[in-house]
Write a protein that binds this ligand. Structure first.
Ligand code: HEM
Length: 346
């Protein structure tokens, strides 16, 4: 069977795809950084719980429910943009892995509740209960991330969709893709770094050296490890896609160069405990890598799809409505965070 015959028909979009791609990149990077803080923060709390907990883990556990809520909210816009641009690929991959995919929603609800439970019952829970709870939440977050990586890679591989004819009940994952595990690991190790950086930022705000040192320990070690994991990810890509970052595509190659130099700078800044500069460069690097990931996705899909193929109906009112609601939404979120901060519950 020809895999491309399994791809559903192309659809209409309301505005030029460049708008959707731009907003996808902007909003996905925000989702990613918050997700990194949520996953990395949970790892740090879980790790500290093994030695009876600490001020840092107690403080961090109070912030995690809010951060997870922000992760979920910040995940919605990129989800809509992915569905708008890559509908025929992403709806199909979601259906192929439907059981695991839908289970992720239930898992997320349990994890979210678990974080609240962990914080508000911190004193009344026994040590074993506290540890059990935070490790359960950690497993849930790792599961949700794992399913996102599966979905985002399965959508790129129509050649793997043929498995449907042997496995038609929504249990297909993309595990036989050589790039899958290095990719997933790259996101998770990045979470340890950004989670550590978040602790260092809290330390800077509180002028607490213990926070800064602990945070940067996680940040530096994870970043060193992630250079290796990132390179392993690149090597695991199909050869012509890997070559994109090695001179075949100048934009991709330049971004790759910036990412490598930036990562080395981050290690230096982490060792020197430079909170502000490390935070700024981290944000810039996340955007660089999100753009690289976007270019990679388009290269994967190039045999089947180009953005120019989308039929643009030029109905810009929906874009304006989106822009107005995102501005109102952002103002509301900032206002709520301010209220929370004032009430001392942040
Ligand atoms: C704490 C829970 C979550 C974790 C750990 C998580 C983790 C991840 C990871 C690791 C990726 C990258 C996958 C890859 O490219 O290989 C990802 C992508 C994505 N996530 Fe999340 N996610 C979470 C919750 C959510 C939620 C609730 C939504 C939507 C409401 C969401 C929306 C997205 C979207 C749309 C992408 C892909 C964007 C793109 O391909 O450009 N995520 N997530």
């Amino acid at each position: 069977m020809i895999p491309s015959s399994l791809i559903p028909a192309i659809h209409n979009i309301a505005v030029s795809p460049i708008w959707l791609e731009t907003f996808l990149i902007i909003t996905f990077a925000i989702h990613l950084m918050l997700m990194n803080i949520a996953v990395g923060g949970t790892v740090i709390v879980a790790w500290h719980s093994l030695s009876g907990g600490s001020n840092i883990s107690r403080d961090l556990s109070g912030k995690l429910p809010t951060i997870l809520a922000l992760v979920i909210n910040a995940g919605v816009p990129p989800l809509l943009f992915v569905k708008a641009i890559y509908a025929q690929f992403n709806y199909t991959s979601s259906v192929l892995m439907a059981v695991y995919w839908l289970a992720a929603i239930i898992a997320l609800l349990v994890g979210y509740y678990g974080l609240y439970w962990h914080y508000y019952r911190y004193e009344s829970l026994k040590d074993g209960g506290r540890k059990g709870l935070i490790f359960m939440v950690l497993c849930i977050l790792l599961y949700v991330g794992f399913m996102f990586s599966n979905n985002m890679t399965l959508m790129l591989r129509p050649d793997h969709w043929i498995e449907y004819f042997d496995n038609p009940h929504g249990f297909i994952l993309n595990l036989n893709d050589a790039a899958f595990f290095p990719r997933y690991l790259h996101f998770m190790v990045a979470s340890l770094a950004v989670g550590g950086l978040f602790v260092a930022v809290l330390g800077k705000m509180k002028s607490d050296q213990d926070y800064i040192e602990t945070g940067f320990k996680w940040f530096v070690r994870a970043t060193v490890l992630n250079i290796t994991v990132g390179l392993a990810f690149m090597i695991s890509l199909p050869r012509d896609l890997m070559l994109m970052f090695m001179g075949k595509n100048m934009i991709a190659t330049s971004l790759f160069g910036v990412a490598i130099v930036g990562s080395v700078c981050l290690i230096y800044l982490g060792i020197k405990h430079k909170v502000v500069l490390a935070s700024i460069i981290t944000v810039v690097l996340v955007y660089v890598m999100v753009i690289m990931r976007h270019l990679l996705r388009d290269a994967y899909l190039a045999p089947y799809f180009k953005h120019e193929d989308l039929i643009n109906t030029s109905q810009y009112s929906s874009l304006y409505l989106f822009l107005i609601s995102i501005v109102i939404g952002l103002i509301a979120i900032i206002y709520m965070l301010k209220l929370m901060y004032k009430s001392g519950r942040s």
